[in-house]
Design a protein. Structure first.
Length: 557
């Protein structure tokens, strides 16, 4: 049975559920651990004083330093401060304040509306909100009122089609669907319509680019600085960054940082969107650690997930990219700020569209519970974690290399055969990209793309589906012909450029279907049949979730 409530109460003080495993024996504490616990307070105070003094000097010299350069230090200081303070002081009063506001203000107002009318009121409110924003935002070079209404219409059509083709229409959780769209709108507005939000995400993209740039040092040592500089191809610029990033993430995971971040994000989506704890964890983790690896965080639950949950975690993987491949897009001159924004916006949308396409009809083990990501450590220390991460990064790099070689070669063969057949009936340059371009032409228009750019963008979307997003981004940023220096991206309007970069972001392609089935199936071998049954539907849903993010970006331009 499904829960009857429409708007769950987000009590942030709820305990985090973990799988019971009483068979494990707790290890005895070492003398060093006992000594540390004895002098914990003075040690933490000493660390806090050092950090405070250091931050004071840094802020005192900020006239000679760009504020964007000192922001990471401020965020790090705040994080460490609350982490240290949390060991001695309870912040439950903050949870109590949030719970009190929700129960005594918001929930009372919502409960005044009869339960059977709440979804209609919520839906009408959302439609009116979109229309009002679209009509009141001043027209710009990138977005007129007509083009914004075009994007709104596109979002409405996509949701309507998914509702009509839903697996169980009577069980659609409309609260989850509407909340996902609202969260997308808020996130998009923060980035595209506020200077602070745009600068913040630009800063994140700059930090990500600089961070991944450290992989060059290892590549230069291995291949030599001259060879690395002269060769400068995709493999040498991308694969070292992937190995470096995965090794770093493995170290962060060993220290518990990734579990903390994913746990907080999943708590937010679980309480606000009424999704299960396990699917929320995977959705929150996908932009950081990838489509297959994120399921490892809830490996104890995958075997017992409902089909709706399996569909949701696969959709989340298809609708986003992972941080380990950001360097690849950076080498293709893609704006990382748009990529990061698209990934974050796709988290709630992937859950919303998945629950629209495949609603929950079973009882989930983690429904209404906040699930803590798995914390079992297989690494002995940080060096061991870095080594294991490097090995995993190498495996991922080889998988990407093999996938790109196979897919691009097969695509070239298919296009050559189609062109050969097309010549007999008078159709010159008949390719799979052209066929998919015409098939996706209506969808591309619904995103808000200008008429003159629709066929070009729809062909790129088709390339993403049959090949992958790497190939599509590469075509977007390559010359339009071998004897031309004009980049394809420059032939598109500025509005179409932004929407296209949003729409191409995601792992929704045919090759990723096998990757997801293999990765998640390795965790739960008994569910491979269910995964194979749901995979294609999840891929289309993830693809459309990214398209909805692009449509909202077009709506806000």
């Amino acid at each position: 049975m499904l829960p009857t409530h429409d708007f769950p109460s987000p009590h942030v003080s709820d305990s985090i559920e973990k799988p019971n495993d009483e068979s494990k024996v707790q290890p005895q504490k070492s003398q060093l651990s006992i000594l540390f616990q004895k002098f914990k307070l003075p040690i933490y105070l000493f660390i806090w004083v050092l950090l405070t003094v250091y931050l004071g000097f840094a802020l005192g010299l900020k006239k000679r330093t760009q504020m964007s350069d000192i922001l990471p230090l401020i965020f790090l200081y705040v994080f460490i401060f609350f982490k240290l303070a949390g060991s001695f002081v309870s912040f439950s009063f903050l949870s109590a304040a949030v719970n009190s506001f929700w129960d005594n203000v918001l929930m009372r107002a919502i409960n005044m509306i009869p339960s059977r009318f709440r979804k209609y009121v919520y839906g009408v409110f959302l439609v009116v909100l979109f229309i009002v924003i679209g009509l009141t935002i001043p027209a710009t070079v990138n977005g007129s009122r007509g083009s914004r209404l075009q994007s709104i219409f596109g979002i409405f059509v996509i949701i309507t089609v998914f509702a009509i083709t839903s697996k169980h229409r009577k069980h659609i959780a409309w609260h989850t669907v509407f909340t996902g769209q609202l969260l997308q709108l808020i996130l998009g507005a923060i980035v595209l319509k506020t200077t602070a939000g745009l600068q913040f995400f630009k800063w994140i993209s700059d930090v990500a680019g600089d961070f991944l740039g450290f992989s060059e040092e290892g590549a230069k040592f291995l291949f030599g600085p001259n060879v690395y500089k002269d060769f400068g191809n995709f493999a040498l610029s991308v694969f070292p960054a992937i190995i470096f990033f995965v090794a770093f993430i493995q170290m962060v995971y060993y220290l518990g940082g990734m579990q903390w971040l994913v746990g907080r994000l999943s708590m937010f989506f679980t309480k606000l969107m009424d999704t299960s704890g396990s699917e929320s964890v995977v959705a929150a983790a996908c932009p950081f650690i990838g489509q297959g690896e994120s399921a490892v965080l809830v490996s104890s639950y995958v075997e017992f997930m409902t089909k709706s949950e399996l569909h949701a975690i696969m959709t989340s993987g298809f609708s986003t990219i992972s941080g380990s491949v950001l360097s690849g897009y950076l080498s293709l001159n893609v704006d990382l700020a748009y990529l990061i924004t698209s990934c974050i916006m796709s988290i709630p949308c992937s859950l919303a569209l998945s629950k629209l396409r495949y609603p929950e009809t079973e009882e989930s083990l983690t429904k209404g519970q906040v699930v803590a990501p798995a914390t079992e450590k297989t690494d002995i220390n940080l060096l061991h974690a870095a080594g294991n991460g490097a090995a995993l990064g190498m495996t991922l790099s080889l998988m990407i290399a093999a996938s790109l070689i196979a897919i691009i070669s097969i695509l070239a063969f298919i296009n050559n055969m189609l062109t050969w057949f097309g010549n007999f009936v008078g159709i010159a340059e008949l390719t799979l990209n052209l066929i998919m371009g015409y098939c996706l032409y209506p969808l591309t228009w619904l995103l808000g793309i200008q008429k003159s750019d629709i066929l070009t963008v729809s062909k790129l979307l088709g390339t993403k589906l049959v090949a992958n997003e790497f190939v599509a981004y590469n075509i977007l940023n390559s010359p339009i012909s071998t004897d031309s220096s004009v980049i394809l991206k420059s032939t598109l309007s500025s509005r179409s450029q932004v929407i296209t970069q949003f729409a191409l972001c995601g792992f929704a392609n045919l090759s990723s279907v096998g990757i997801q089935i293999g990765a998640i199936g390795a965790i739960a071998p008994s569910r491979k049949a269910d995964l194979a049954q749901l995979a294609f539907s999840a891929m289309i849903t993830g693809f459309c979730a990214t398209c909805v993010s692009a449509a909202i970006a077009g709506f806000l331009l």
